[in-house]
Structure formats: structure tokens, C-alpha cells
Design a protein around this ligand. Structure first.
Ligand code: SAH
Length: 351
């Protein structure tokens, strides 16, 4: 049996580890092992992307949702949330303000609705026409292939759809029967086939998840080879069926970010809002674990509190230049710098 340094070193070099090695590493992780894993992951991130952190402006376009995810405060069954949808004008304005601050990458995220396909296509077309040097990422849940195609034709560059868990039985325990693991996987396959840069991802510490499931996340990602991977701790939301479950650990999240960086050296990995919401230093700790993207919120202020996927969500953003400057100085303190370009995956950089 090899020690944890050998396992991590092998993962960094060959992007593989056996299932039992991963399970052992994850279930036995302590401060020392985490530190070592983060150090290696950081080296790999720096080798591929330098000390730059890509900044994306996040617009939470709507909190209406047909989904029923047991962990998410936006689930259709939650009648306590005040629902909103931004108008086309509000979405464009939010991005335009971000553009003026220097941002060249925008993420439009929202709940799952099926009557806004044409509208979103229009918004994407207009954004791409007005700011051709900016990348547009969508994150609007599970849709038919035709809808993904429509949005791709409109000019969308990337799509974030976390797979949530690589374990089918686990997926079934986190979602109602109308949502299936197979459909989620079908969506990811469609997005890939359409030429999007695709983002997968999962929560750490979600109910019913253990080291076995977490090990499978790494194995799944190596098989899928997504361009982006979003990883954040599970945080309970009081109006959901999982409202009294315990939250995911920050340290375990950092370990999973580091393992993901070692397994997918070129991936774009955000230091997530959920991580920042769980720990004062969460944002910078994520970067020191190998993340290389941050997504500050540029949603119009009056809607932010209503995008309540979990309790205590941080939403300080870059609405003012100060926000970006604060971010830049936080990076500076750990020897990194904000990069405001499109921030494509290394294999997708346009020449
Ligand atoms: N409707 C879109 C966007 C969902 S919100 C979609 O289906 O892709 C983005 C991510 O937030 C989800 O994929 C989920 O992994 C995460 N999330 C939801 N509820 C959460 C919670 N309670 N704690 C932590 N992360 C959560």
C-alpha cells in the first residue's frame, strides 16, 4: 500500500488513482494531507494558468423553477420564496455595467423554466452583438436538445449543469422521481455534442454522501472531461426537505477541489459562492486549493436576496468598481491577480 503522497503524486502525473486509494484518502484526510494536496493542486493550476484568476459576472436571471431538488430553496414546491424574473432589458443592463467595469465573461443562471427559450436566445444574440469580445455562459437547468441548440446557435459559449452526483442511487435520494440521473446525463451529453464548453459539478457533504460517493466524483470527472467543474459545500435551506441536515465541511470541499485539479489539470474550477459563504477565507482558500475562477454577483441588488438556494448566501458583488478592487486586493494578498478576459478553457482558446 502506498502512502498518501504517492497517491496524490500519481494522481497529479497520471490523472488516475484506484477507487480504494481515493476512498482511503478521502476518509482519512486530516490537516496535513489537505495541506499537501492543496500545495500540489496549486502547482498544477499555476503550471496551466499562472497566478491569474478569471472573473465572471454572475447574473441570477430568475428564481422560478420547475425542479424539485430536495436541497434547493428555489424548488417549485417552496411557496415561501418570492419569485422574480429579470426582463431582457435588466439582464442586458446588468451585463453592460459589468462590461464597463472590464468584465468579459458573463454567466446567466436561473431556475428551470421552459417558456423562456426564445427570450433567452434573443438576450444571448444581443449580448454577443453588443460585446463580441465577451463570453456568455448559460446555466438554466435541464432542457431539450433543441433548446440547447437554439441557445448555442444564438452564440452561447458555455453551459454549466452540475451533474450533482455521479452515483445514480444517490441522485435518486436527492431528487423527486420526476428528475432522473439519466436525463441529467443526457443533457450533459447533448451540451457536449453541441460544442459548448461544459461545466459539471457537485456538492460536498450533501445528505447520504460518503467517501465512496466522493471518490466516484473524481472518477466520473476523469471520464467526462468537462471544461469546468463547480464544487461547493452543501448548505441547508430552511424551507426544503433537507433543511435540518448538516452542512458540508469546508475542509472536505477544499480537498475535493484539490483532487479535481489534480485529476483535470486544465479545468476551469470556480472558488464557489457556497465556499465563500461558509468560511471568511473561503474564496482565497479555494484558490489555494487549485481553483482559478470566481463569479461575483452582478444581479440587480433588489433581487439578490430572493435567489435563496441556501441560507446565508453571500452576494456581495462587483456592482461598483470597489467590488472588483476589493476582489483584486484579496487575490493580491495571496500572490494572485484578477484576469478579466473571456477566460476560455486552455483547449478552447481562440487564435
Ligand atoms: N437550475 C440550474 C442552476 C441551479 S443553482 C441547474 O439546475 O443547473 C446552481 C447549483 O447550486 C446547483 O447545481 C447545486 O449544485 C447548487 N445548490 C443548490 N442548492 C444548494 C444548497 N442547498 N447548498 C449548496 N449548493 C446548492
Amino acid at each position: 500500500m502506498s502512502g498518501y503522497k504517492d497517491i496524490l503524486g500519481w494522481l497529479a502525473l497520471h490523472h488516475e488513482a484506484t477507487h480504494s486509494e481515493l476512498v482511503r484518502l478521502i476518509s482519512s484526510a486530516d490537516a496535513e494531507k489537505l495541506d499537501y494536496a492543496m500545495g500540489l493542486a496549486r502547482e498544477v493550476a499555476v503550471d496551466n494558468y499562472g497566478h491569474g484568476v478569471f472573473v465572471r459576472g454572475l447574473v441570477e436571471v430568475s428564481n422560478r423553477c420547475a425542479g424539485g431538488c430536495y436541497y434547493c430553496g428555489l424548488r417549485a414546491e417552496n411557496s415561501r420564496v418570492r419569485r422574480y424574473s429579470l426582463s431582457e432589458e435588466e439582464i442586458r443592463e446588468a451585463c453592460k455595467k459589468g462590461y464597463e467595469l472590464g468584465l468579459r465573461s458573463f454567466v446567466l443562471q436561473g431556475g428551470e423554466v421552459y417558456d423562456k427559450a426564445e427570450m433567452m436566445a434573443r438576450v444571448v444574440r444581443e449580448l454577443k452583438a453588443e460585446m463580441p469580445d465577451a463570453a456568455v455562459t448559460l446555466s438554466l437547468g435541464e432542457q431539450d436538445a433543441e433548446v440547447y441548440d437554439l441557445w448555442r446557435q444564438a452564440g452561447a459559449d458555455r453551459y454549466l449543469l452540475r451533474h450533482e452526483t455521479a452515483t445514480k442511487e444517490h441522485y435518486a435520494r436527492l431528487h423527486p422521481a420526476r428528475m432522473t440521473f439519466d436525463n441529467r446525463q443526457r443533457c450533459i451529453a447533448d451540451l457536449k455534442a453541441l460544442g459548448y464548453q461544459v461545466g459539471a459539478g457537485f456538492m460536498v457533504g450533501s445528505p447520504f454522501q460518503g467517501a465512496e460517493e466522493l471518490a466516484r466524483e473524481v472518477e466520473y470527472l476523469v471520464g467526462l472531461q468537462p471544461q469546468m467543474v463547480g464544487i461547493g459545500p452543501y448548505i441547508p435551506q430552511c424551507d426544503t426537505p433537507f433543511g435540518d441536515q448538516k452542512r458540508g465541511s469546508v475542509e472536505q470541499t477544499l480537498l475535493m477541489v484539490a483532487l479535481t485539479r489534480l485529476a483535470l489539470p486544465k479545468a476551469l474550477i470556480p472558488s464557489t459562492t457556497a465556499l465563500a459563504s461558509s468560511d471568511k477565507q473561503g474564496m482565497t482558500r479555494g484558490i489555494l486549493a487549485g481553483a482559478n475562477v470566481v463569479m461575483p454577483n452582478i444581479t440587480p441588488q433588489q433581487y439578490r436576496a430572493d435567489y435563496a438556494i441556501y441560507d446565508g448566501k453571500k452576494s456581495c458583488g462587483t456592482e461598483a468598481g470597489e467590488g472588483l478592487q476589493r476582489l483584486a486586493s484579496e487575490f493580491q494578498m495571496i500572490g494572485y491577480e484578477a484576469v478579466l478576459s473571456r477566460g476560455d478553457h486552455a483547449d478552447f482558446v481562440k487564435r
